[in-house]
Design a protein around this ligand. Structure first.
Ligand code: NAI
Ligand code: MG
Length: 491
């Protein structure tokens, strides 16, 4: 039998090196085993990149940038190369999705549709930017004849540090945005799910990007990641991951004021009014927290339900949740895969225990299936309040805390939703136009999604407060890899 997963396994087993200056190089250090979190079986190994490997990769990116081979290539040619990369990813999407499933654990159907599907959309979206990254002409007020205008110059070498929760989509988003801006890149995949990033490197080579424009160094965050952040040949760091690591990276970048974008954690609110379309809201609220087993920065982990519909809503939510099949992502019909690792599973189970001790009431889940794999059943707590740790802290697992609201003023409701150190996303379900717009205005989060959600690469994405700094997607996401230059020409 040679299923798509066997092919993915063979592919993953073949990697053990860095992609530097257009070629594969063996690492100079140890190797790190890589596991399938559903079976706990080893699927391969990666090179444990060290400061030497990082130095080679940054130098390759530096030379490729300084040679201007990429940034001065005609915009139409850069667009064409990005579109070719998207076509190659699309042609290989079944296998890439299978790699993502055996490495990260996400159900195959989801990795096909969401992970690889949104990666292709991101690359195609960014492919349009080289030809559209225009500055402005500016009316001048100083005496004389002047032509004033701005340009968006590429920042240089961009270090892209990616987490394990949606590795391929995040990788492709960052790589294509940086390339569209004219930067060259060094990618550091997450050690817990690195394989799809290595597959991307092969497709970059096949697409025909000049050598050194895209480099990939694998390894631990504390070693390869830290060396990349410390390297003075790096001009820009774009990081997605935990708030703690984001803060450490920002502190390390102060010395030479390196440019940093941070896409961090969240504790996003879902708000359901009595007038909401419950047939749509119930599955969306459930998948908004349980999708990817809760390992989503924008997960709707705090739910506020109007008390008039609370019983009906909760009954529907619990029934929907109990039908979600938890199991290996390689099996058909599975809705929720495992968490990424043993420590992540233990951390989530610890929060569930904390919730019980804090006095919250379990109405679904709360346990983990027995046997191999880092699974946790989707869990719903009611009788929660904002002093509880499970309501305040990012759990990054399939755990929902439910609260109610009555006819509070919109200001009070917004204040409750905003009561968090984070501010990444918010979800509102209502058919009342006033409530929808009033909350869109008052919620302190980078995104507000009303009556649905979805990955829209034309809309900026990012966080208020400790959810991050800067925005990805849209014009903002490409401009984040540039410096704005002002030019005034006397004539
Ligand atoms: P992490 O944020 O430490 O790792 C993300 C990436 O950063 C990985 O590629 C890692 O190798 C790299 N990294 C780690 N330390 C680094 C350093 N000092 N310098 C440069 N790069 C570094 O996340 P980790 O340790 O895998 O998970 C810890 C917790 O963070 C999880 O339990 C989860 O709760 C949360 N998390 C949140 C994410 C989000 O998107 N909000 C994504 C991943 C994790
Ligand atoms: Mg893995």
């Amino acid at each position: 039998m040679n299923t798509i997963f066997d092919k993915a396994l063979a592919r993953a087993n073949g990697y053990c090196g860095h992609f530097i200056d257009g070629a594969w190089r063996e690492g100079t250090g140890e190797t790190i085993p890589v596991f399938d979190p559903a079976s706990e079986k080893r699927i391969g190994a990666i090179a444990a990149g060290n400061a030497d490997d990082v130095d080679q990769a940054v130098n390759a990116a530096r030379n490729a940038f300084d040679s201007r081979a990429w940034s001065t290539m005609p915009a139409a040619d850069r667009e064409r190369l990005l579109l070719r990369l998207a076509d190659l990813v699309e042609a290989e999407q079944d296998e890439i999705a299978a790699i993502e499933t055996i490495d990260n654990g996400m159900p195959y159907r989801i990795s096909r549709m969401m992970a690889v599907g949104s990666a292709i959309s991101a690359i195609r979206y960014h492919a349009g930017w080289p030809r559209r990254l225009t500055g402005e002409t500016v009316p001048m007020s100083v005496p004389g004849n002047w032509h004033g205008y701005t340009t968006h110059d590429p920042l240089g070498v961009a270090a892209l540090i990616v987490p394990w929760n949606a590795p391929f989509a995040i990788t492709c988003t960052k790589v294509s945005a940086a390339l569209a801006a004219g930067c060259t890149v060094v990618l550091k995949p997450a050690e817990l799910a690195p394989m799809s990033g290595l597959r991307l490197a092969e497709l970059v080579a096949e697409a025909g990007f000049p050598a050194g424009v895209v480099n990939v160094v694998t390894g631990l965050g504390s070693e390869a990641g830290a060396a990349l952040v410390a390297h003075d040949g790096v001009d820009k760091i774009s990081f997605t991951g935990s708030t703690a690591t984001g803060k450490a990276i920002l502190r390390q970048s102060v010395g030479d004021l390196r440019r940093v974008s941070l896409e961090l954690g969240g504790k996003s609110a879902s708000i359901v009014f009595a007038d909401a379309d419950l047939a749509k809201a119930i599955p969306a609220v459930a998948m908004g927290i349980f999708g990817n087993s809760g390992q989503v920065c924008a997960a709707g982990s705090r739910l506020f339900v109007h008390e008039a519909i609370f019983d009906r809503f909760l009954e529907g939510l619990v029934a929907f949740t109990q039908k979600l099949v938890v199991g290996p992502g390689t099996q058909e019909g599975v809705a929720l895969g495992p968490l990424i690792s043993g420590p992540q599973r233990d951390k989530v189970m610890g929060y569930i225990e904390t919730g019980r001790k804090e006095g919250a009431t379990l109405v679904a889940g709360g346990d983990a299936p027995s046997g191999k794999g880092y699974f946790v059943n989707p869990t719903i707590f009611v009788d929660t309040n904002p002093t509880m740790k499970i309501v305040r802290e990012e759990i990054f697992g399939p755990v929902l805390s439910v609260m109610t609201f009555s006819d509070d003023s919109i200001d009070d409701l917004a204040a409750r939703a905003n009561d968090s150190i984070y501010g990444l996303s918010a979800y509102v379900w209502t058919t009342n136009l006033h409530n929808a717009h009033a909350l869109a205005k008052k919620l302190r989060s980078g995104s507000v999604k009303i009556n649905g959600s979805g990955m829209e690469f034309a809309l900026p994405f990012g966080g208020f407060r400790q959810s991050g700094i800067g925005r990805e997607h849209g014009r903002h996401g490409v401009e984040a890899f540039t410096e704005t230059k002002s030019v005034m020409v006397g004539w």
